[in-house]
Design a protein around this ligand. Structure first.
Ligand SMILES: [Ca+2]
Ligand SMILES: [Ca+2]
Ligand SMILES: [Ca+2]
Ligand SMILES: [Ca+2]
Length: 594
């Protein structure tokens, strides 16, 4: 999921079509069609709910991640032209009825990185842009420690404001109020190196979200201010705790998963979201420490949600039934580079369920050299120009994994055609997974035996845990592929049964193309099960505001019961869609009217 930005660019270049026509019917998937209220009559906005996200990080300076709790103010039409004039008009911040020299009001023009959407380019737009108090009159918004601000400064910089656009004309008109933003929605962040930043102490020092993924996920869950922005998160009054992933170059790509999950557990979050999906060198059977901890969290009442992964369409998974004693061979092909990166590492793992069934493997490298037969233990050795590592391991749930890595002694690309010879003693059902260092969804390194390639069992770890709500993705707004239509399952969406026979996907939610906030004051297009899962998280935050006693199991039941079918889903439940499409309003009504 983490490489989705690069992949997206490639796809966009390939499919630049009928944008203007489609734009009129854009669906902002995070906006509820109606207003709903909790038992005390407050609007359902996620208030009181804490979401924990395992992700790339968050841009804590984004206007989307501050609550509108700084009070209401008048603005003053200093040049008396009847409209808001940035850099000249003022906010009456000290409420003395006149414009003082340090009360100049300006605005951040949000960057439009959505490609498809035509957002207004020049003037201030009340439901897209943000106002700020330009205290030092330099025409830019100063923020952060670099500009001399501290943890105690509201919005960690020159103060931000949103417009109460009472007449909904997109402008700040005379008599309309502005509302100051103040407190961060982010309670704490665990940085990549383990440093914990906390609101009220040192959150202002939080490392940037360089991969930009977690910022957009957070935007879908809780970005913005209910009723103010055109693009606003589902539960904008919820709070966030972020555990930043430190990605490694080789498997396990996320080696510190247990630390991240324990941190979020100890922060007493109400919802746990996994925003990374892997399968390389994973047992895929729910047996890892982090999956077991999240199962325990689910038993303790925390709702655990994860994206089902984006690897179903890349020809990177194969499935076969082999007769005992029969030698078979599987071929895969690897490029020299993909997505602009040198491909200097390829990884393979085979899984099967019978630890007593001995299986022998040998590898034929692109140079045509063959390893000896490997069937137990582990070793690292050279063959021709290549480094080869292998290991055979058995999980606590009895899954056998035979894993490999391939690289070159001189670190050059491992491109070429590879062959894996496999010979089991007894009949066996075997699954083979591939990935290379580019981690492309599209299958840069891929199996070439078409008849063995399978979409089954493509739900990725850690959404392979026993209790997690695993979320698939369906197409909304702009399709990517020829013949793809809004409403269809995304071709990459993980699906099928898990290795232990559990149906892998619970429900599906909007995948591509959705819109959310990006880093550095931008709007972006977003996609994948990375987009689908936070739609479910936001919905669950609303349910938990209404009834904080709801358990993981009860929430799962509500989402299953209210998921919808249509001509694309066919009969439900099934292994592509789980119980169907997320229905945000349906889930709320199910709870509030029961
Ligand atoms: Ca004016
Ligand atoms: Ca004043
Ligand atoms: Ca300034
Ligand atoms: Ca207005």
């Amino acid at each position: 999921m983490k490489k989705q930005i690069l992949f997206l660019l490639i796809v966009l270049i390939s499919f630049p079509f009928t944008v203007a026509k489609a734009q009129q019917n854009v669906w902002y998937t995070t906006i509820l069609k109606d207003k709903y209220f909790d038992k005390s009559g407050n609007p359902l906005t996620g208030k009181g709910v804490v979401v924990g996200d395992v992700d790339s990080g968050i841009d804590i300076f984004s206007p989307f991640f501050f609550f509108a709790d700084g009070g209401e103010f008048d603005w003053i039409d200093v040049n008396n032209d009847g409209e808001f004039t940035p850099g000249i008009d003022a906010v009456d911040f000290n409420k003395n009825g006149k414009a003082d020299p340090d009360e100049i009001l300006n605005f951040i023009k949000m960057k439009n990185n959505t490609y498809f959407l035509k957002l207004e380019k020049t003037n201030f737009v009340a439901d897209l842009d943000f106002l700020y108090l330009d205290k030092n009159h330099n025409g830019i918004r100063d923020f952060g420690e670099k500009d001399g601000f501290t943890e105690n400064d509201p919005t960690y910089g020159e103060q931000l404001f949103i417009v109460k656009d009472d007449n909904h004309n997109g402008k700040l008109d005379k008599g309309e109020k502005i509302i100051a933003l103040k407190t961060s929605k982010v309670r704490a962040v665990r940085e990549k190196d383990g440093t914990i930043r906390r609101r009220g102490i040192d959150l202002i020092k939080t490392e940037p979200d360089t991969i930009r993924h977690g910022t957009s996920v957070s935007g879908i869950v809780l970005g913005g201010h209910s009723g103010f922005e055109r693009m606003c998160g589902i539960a904008p009054d919820a709070e966030l705790v972020m555990a930043n992933i430190n990605y490694d170059y080789t498997p396990r790509f996320v080696r510190n998963f247990p630390d991240l999950v324990k941190f979020l557990r100890d922060e007493k979050i109400n919802i746990l979201l996994f925003e990374d999906g892997e399968w390389m060198w994973e047992f895929m059977d729910g047996s890892t420490e982090e999956e077991q901890i999240s199962d325990q969290m689910a038993r303790d009442g925390i709702t655990v949600i994860g994206g089902g992964g984006n690897l179903a369409s890349g020809n990177m998974h194969m499935k076969d039934n082999i007769k005992g004693g029969t030698p078979v061979a599987y071929n895969f092909s690897s490029p020299a580079e993909a997505e602009g990166k040198k491909n200097d590492g390829v990884f393979v793992s085979f899984l099967w369920k019978a630890p007593k069934n001995k299986i022998s493997f040998s590898i034929v490298t692109p140079e045509g050299l063959t390893t000896k037969e490997l069937s137990s233990g582990n070793s690292f050795f050279n063959l021709g120009k290549f480094n080869i590592y292998y290991s055979r391991d058995v999980s606590s749930k009895g899954t056998v994994m035979f894993k490999f890595s391939f690289s070159k002694k001189d670190s050059s690309a491992v491109d070429g055609n590879w062959k894996v010879n496999v010979k089991p003693e007894k009949d066996v059902a075997i699954d083979g997974f591939l990935v290379d260092v580019t981690q492309s969804w599209s299958g840069s390194t891929h199996w070439t035996d078409k008849s063995k390639i399978s979409e089954d069992m493509t739900v990725t770890f850690p959404s392979t845990s026993d209790s997690i709500l695993a979320i698939g993705a369906y197409v909304v707004n702009f399709p990517w592929l020829k013949d793809e239509k809004a409403g269809m399952l995304c071709n990459y969406s993980g699906r099928g049964y898990n290795i232990d026979g559990k149906m892998g996907i619970d429900i599906c939610a909007p995948g591509h193309s959705t819109f959310t906030v990006g880093t550095d004051d931008s709007y972006v297009i977003f996609s994948g099960t990375s987009s689908a899962a936070p739609h479910v998280v936001g919905t669950v935050a609303l349910l938990l505001q209404y009834d904080p006693t709801l358990t993981h199991a009860q929430i799962k039941n509500i989402l299953h019961a209210t998921a919808t079918s249509d001509s694309y889903t066919s009969t439900l439940p099934n292994t592509n869609w789980g119980w169907g499409k997320l229905d945000m309003e349906g889930a709320i009504k199910y709870l509030t009217t029961k």
